[in-house]
Structure formats: C-alpha cells, structure tokens
Design a binder for this molecule. Structure first.
Ligand code: NOJ
Ligand code: CA
Length: 691
C-alpha cells in the first residue's frame, strides 16, 4: 500500500478569538465535528473539546510536578502555534483490518514559562473525526539538565455531565476486574476493590479508575479515555472528582514516590479521547493504533502468522492436572502434548501452548522461593521439549512457549537472553508470559514505568530472537502493536480462567458486552474462548459458566486477537458439529464492521477474512434475551454465499441447557437476512463462504 502524507497548512481552521494577551488556538477534525481550543487562563495552559457544537470537555488544565524543581503549573504562555494536516493509509500486518486510514489535523504549540527557570515544552494535538490525542514534548533545555523526576502529571479531563460510566478501579497491579456500571457521581473505586479477588498484588491509591474508561452522555454521545504509545513512562490512571465531574491523570508510581524518571528530551504518551455517536464506532476507531509510530520491525510474517491454538492449560484451571511435577498429577507431558498436536493438525489449528513444562512450579507462589525458582530452560523429566517441537513440525503445529515469572522480574531479566535464545534455537516463535504476584523488585508495580520498560524488553528480545509476545498480567495495550507487530496479544482483562475458579468468580453475562467497548479499545485480548463443556461437570459441581455454546463460538469474531485459543479439553471437541465453526473461522481480517451494539447489552461484529471474500459474523448478549435479525447487506452485491448458522436453540438456557445449539445451512446473498435470536447470555456465529 502506498503511503501518502499530505502536509498542508490549514489556515482556515486557525482562528484567533481571545483577548490581546491571551490567544485561543483552535483545531478541528477533518469533518469539522470535533473542535479543540487551547488557551491559557491565569498563566495555566488549558483546553476544551466540543463535539457537534456541544462542549464535551470543559476547561481542563495541564501541568507537571517534579522532584527538585518548582511545579510547572502557572506563569506559562502559548506561542508559535502551527497547524498541519495528514491523510495517509497504512497497512496493518495482521489484525482486524488491512488498510488503516490515518487522517487528522494537528496543532503544535510551544508552552513557555514566563519567569525563571523558563522551562519550555511543546503541546501537540492530533484531532480526528472520532476523537483526539495530545501529548507533551519536552526538548533538551538548560532548566532541565540531568535526571528529570516527574512526581505528578496534572492533565485534566473535565466532563460536562453525570455520564453513565463503565469502569474498573485504578489498580496499580492488575486489570482483572468486573466492570462497574454507574453514573460518574457514583464511582467509588475503593469500595469496589475486593481484597483477595485477584491474582497479584493490588494497590489503588485513591478514587481512581483504569483506562480505557468508557462513558455515555445523556445526549447519546460515547466517550472513551485512554492513552496511546505508552513508552518509557508510567501508566496513567484517572483520579475522579465525583462532585465536579472532573478527572485528572494519576500516574502509577513506585514506593519511592517516583512516577517517571527520565531526561530531556522526552515525550509523554498520547492522552486520548474517543468521541462517537454510535457505540460500535468506538470499536471501529483506529485512533489508538494511529497515534503510534509505524512498524519498526518490518515484515515478521516469515515467523509469525495469526493462529488458533490448543493448550495444556484449562486442565490446570479445572484441576484435572497440575503444573507441578511433585503432585503426581503433572499433565504437561510429552505424550499429552503429542495428543494435542495430533488433534490440532487434524483440525487446522496451528499452535499448542504447554504450561507447566518447566521446573519450579512446586513453589511458584511461595514468597521465599518465587524469586529464584524458574530458569525458563529446564523441562520436567516427563516432558521432552525437543521431541515435542520435532513432532509438531512434522504435523505443521508450532509450540507456544510459556514463561510464568511469578513477577520475579529482575530475575527474569537476568535469564531472558538465554531463554529467548533457546526459543530461537528450537524454532519456537511465540511465548505467553505471566507475572502473577507482587513485582520483584519490591516497591515497583505492574503498571509503573519500570515495568512498562520491562514489557518493552520482552518485545525487544522477541524481535531479536524472532519471538512474538502474548503477555498475561501485562501493562495495558496502547496500540504499540503497530510499531512492534510481534506484540501480538495480551490478557489485561478478567479472562475465561475466572469461570473455572471458585463458583462466585464466574463472570456475569454482561461482562463481555462491556469488555468489547472498554478493554478491547486498547487492543487484542487473549480471552481464551471456546469452552464447550459449559457446566464444567464432572470436574466441578454447581459451577456453570454463564454463557451458551453459540456464544462461545461468537467470541472468535467479537473478540479481537491474532491468536485465538480453543481453550477446552479436546475430549469436548471430538464429534461436536459446532467445532466446525472453530475450524473455519480465520484469525486475520481484511475489514471489520460493528453492525450493532450497546455497551453492556449486546454486540454484533462482522469481519471479512483476509485475502478472501468470506465473511464471519458473531453476536452476543448479556443476561437479557435479544431477538435479532441480521441483515446481510455488508456482503458484496451479486455474490452467492453458503451460510452456516450456529445459534441458540429454542430450549437453550445458559445454566440449565447451555450446549443446545441450532446449526443450519442455506444459500444467501446480500439481499437476505438471517434470524439469529439470542437467548439470555447467548449468542450466534455465522460463516459466510463465497460460492
Ligand atoms: C495467569 C495466567 O493468566 C494464566 O493463563 C496462567 O495459566 C497462570 N497465570 C499460570 O501462569
Ligand atoms: Ca491472569
């Protein structure tokens, strides 16, 4: 795809409307609907955002606090405003679409301190039809020599109403929460935090939420706040002022009170606000990836292609086997891995994940032991990794390596080079990493700058040794997959695993129709769908998953990820007609349309397979049944398709009869429609193969 950047001065959108001393700079989106005004008030830089003529973000100030320097919160003036525009199309190497349009208007301003020490930074706004991003760019300067320690970033996002909000607490270690749906004034993150409900150490400093946080105004406008290109900086939570509908950045720090340690020149991540009229447009938005740098790794398709995979994994979560050898129930054996490879190869799944392959699991959560236990290279005696790799190659199935670090991160860093070299030597091109527990070194948090840099190190080592990274207990996704296409997927969500744990932890049916409009805006999710034995019996009693079989199929389309697990034990896939959908569904797409949806209620997604004219549609609903008729007008005119329809049957019930499914086939064209009524916690999946 030819990239074309047109830089032009858009003088028409540069307006001066302030008094003599204070000039207001205005930049609008290409379609003129989003308008950002930047100005100073009493020497403080501020911005407002309006959408279709209505103020959406009211006067919001910006500033910084540093260690050993006066706060940078006043005595500032704006100079040197420059406007430009870009309109380019770039190609996504894998993912939810091939071509990505990147069209915006840009305003760059220099913010200068009017008194000593005369510090200076540039403020850059990029305004798109579906929202905006802005960031701070600090040049090298005399007033900022040596280490720069940021103790607070003070970026405000002041709302104009008591919006409906879908939020999780601003935990510094883990994002694995159920979403709360409340009015903004009712956000109470601290009381919603339940100690012990999570893997990992948890710390929530004040009433703060994690991003992406998504909202709906009473006028029906959708807003989502997040960040893009989080690089060598701390993750941002948002502290909420429920009385005044205000939010202010609260960076994740460490126990020494440092939020970010850097030196000039440096740039912050982009602070992003997505604004749309349709809930589905939030998912279709490319704002987050667009605000990242172009691909720096080149074409990695020689060693990584999107795949579906099986795993020695659900067994451990069901307790039908263990990670550790000493238990006598160790399940990561050569023999079992080969059985999975056979099944994968017969069903066109290209990968298998093996957890518990390596020594150390007996004491992996032991506080005394976890710092040293894993070396990431020594297999248990009943697992012959070389033989498994060899057998997999013979059958066209690759191995996904597993590195659980127990969050002993400095130790992992010492051992990474050897471990990644071993993967390259064996021809293993993907790794699932994990960071369960409190971070070692003590005093650091999963979402702080030190860990942000660690996660990047895994991506860098991965690039060096041809390994793609699927992080669990990760830093949130901020679109960096554009720059590093080996950053393939991650957890960072309350995933399927919770449905296998203690009965009260099963996620309620509204969870996924919220996740699609919140967490998923950041990027791909390794949710691990495809549980067919939804009652979990005989492995667990009175422990249903709140989902139907048709809904499990829908997740392969609704959830965006270039790796999709078929997570259940293979015995539950054998002789199952519904498994045909998992065989057929692709993991790489030409284009994506969110046909319909409402946050927390339902979502309907259609995606065109990359390189063909086949389409796949998935829909799911919350605890309310959703009668739905799918119009096929997204199909090209004049072509005939074979539709295979997998939908909830008349007697499907997500607790009493979750596996009842109605599978049918018919010929269709763009003029047809398909009735796909969904039962409570149900869904549907349709494959449309061009004839
Ligand atoms: C947490 C991960 O999310 C899960 O998938 C994995 O099985 C365990 N850690 C053990 O590494
Ligand atoms: Ca996890």
């Amino acid at each position: 795809m030819k990239n074309m950047i047109i830089m032009l001065f858009a003088a028409a959108i540069l307006a001066a409307c302030g008094g003599e001393a204070e000039r207001t700079w205005v930049v609008t989106s290409p379609d003129q609907q989003v308008e950002v005004a930047v100005f100073t008030q009493a020497g403080k830089p501020a911005y407002t955002v309006s959408y279709k003529g209505n103020v959406t973000i009211d006067t919001s100030y910006m500033g910084f606090e540093f260690r050993g320097q006066e706060p940078l919160t006043g005595n500032m003036s704006l100079t040197n405003g420059q406007l430009s525009s870009a309109d380019e199309t770039w190609e996504m190497q894998w993912g939810e679409q091939r071509e990505v349009k990147n069209q915006y208007n840009l305003l760059k301003l220099t913010v200068k301190e009017t008194a000593a020490p005369s510090r200076v930074f540039d403020l850059v706004f990029k305004v798109y039809d579906d929202g905006l991003g802005f960031r701070y760019e600090f040049p090298e300067q005399a007033a900022m020599e040596g280490d720069v320690v940021i103790t607070d970033e003070l970026t405000e996002f002041n709302l104009t109403g008591d919006h409906k909000v879908w939020w999780i607490p601003g935990d510094w270690d883990i994002y694995e929460y159920l979403y709360n749906t409340t009015r903004f004034s009712e956000i109470d993150a601290i009381s919603k935090f339940v100690e012990g409900d999570h893997l990992g150490q948890t710390y929530i400093p004040e009433n703060a939420v994690n991003t992406p946080v998504t909202m709906k105004t009473d006028d029906g406008v959708y807003l989502s706040f997040h960040e893009a290109d989080l690089t060598d900086y701390a993750g941002m939570t948002l502290k909420v002022d429920t009385d005044n509908f205000g939010m202010i950045s609260e960076l994740v720090g460490n126990d020494s009170g440092i939020k970010v340690k850097t030196s000039a020149p440096f740039v912050t991540p982009w602070r992003t606000i997505q604004i749309t009229d349709r809930a589905g447009d939030l998912i279709e938005s490319n704002l987050i990836v667009n605000l990242n740098d172009p691909n720096e790794l080149g074409d990695i398709s020689e060693w990584f292609e999107p795949i579906k995979y099986l795993g020695i994994w659900w067994d451990m979560h069901l307790s039908t086997g263990t990670w550790d050898y000493a238990s006598g129930k160790h399940i990561a054996t050569t023999e079992y891995a080969k059985e999975l490879i056979d099944f994968a190869s017969e069903n066109d799944l290209k990968g298998i994940l093996v957890e518990g392959w390596n020594t150390g699991w007996e004491t992996w959560t032991d506080p005394e032991m976890r710092d040293t236990i894993f070396d990431f290279t020594t297999p248990y005696p009943d697992y012959d990794i070389e033989e498994v790799v060899r057998y997999g190659k013979e059958k066209g199935v690759g191995l996904i390596m597993h590195h659980e670090t127990s969050a002993a991160v400095s130790r992992y860093e010492e051992r990474m080079d050897t471990a990644y070299q071993m993967m390259e030597k064996l021809g293993i091109h993907a790794v699932k990493t994990g960071y369960v527990g409190a971070v070692i070194p003590e005093g650091e948090y999963h979402h702080g700058q030190w860990m942000v840099n660690h996660y990047q190190k895994t991506v860098d080592y991965g690039a060096k040794y041809k390994v793609a990274i699927n992080m669990h207990e990760p830093i949130k996704a901020t679109g960096k997959r554009r720059t590093y296409p080996n950053e393939i997927s991650r957890e960072g969500v309350r995933g399927q695993e919770y449905n296998a744990w203690a009965a009260p932890s099963a996620s309620p049916p509204e969870h996924l129709p919220i996740v699609a409009f919140t967490r998923m805006l950041g990027g791909p999710i390794d949710y691990t769908p495809g549980i067919f034995n939804l009652s979990l019996k005989p492995h667990k009693e009175d422990h249903p998953i709140f989902s139907t079989l048709a809904q499990q199929l829908s997740l392969y389309v609704v959830i965006n990820s270039p790796i999709q697990m078929a997570a259940d034990l293979i015995q539950y896939y054998k002789d199952q007609p519904a498994f045909q959908f998992i065989r057929d569904v692709p993991v790489n797409w030409e284009q994506t349309r969110i046909i319909d949806g409402e946050i927390g209620d339902f979502v309907i997604t259609a995606r065109q397979e990359r390189g063909t004219d086949n389409w796949f549609v998935g829909g799911l609903t919350d605890e309310n049944p959703k009668p739905y008729t799918l119009e096929l007008d997204f199909l090209p005119e004049g072509k005939t398709y074979k539709a295979i329809i997998y939908k909830d049957a008349e007697d499907t019930h997500y607790i009493d009869n979750p596996t009842a499914i109605d599978i049918s086939e018919r010929e269709v064209t763009a003029d047809d429609e398909i009735v796909v009524d969904m039962t409570a916690a149900g869904g549907f999946a349709v494959s449309l193969m061009e004839q």
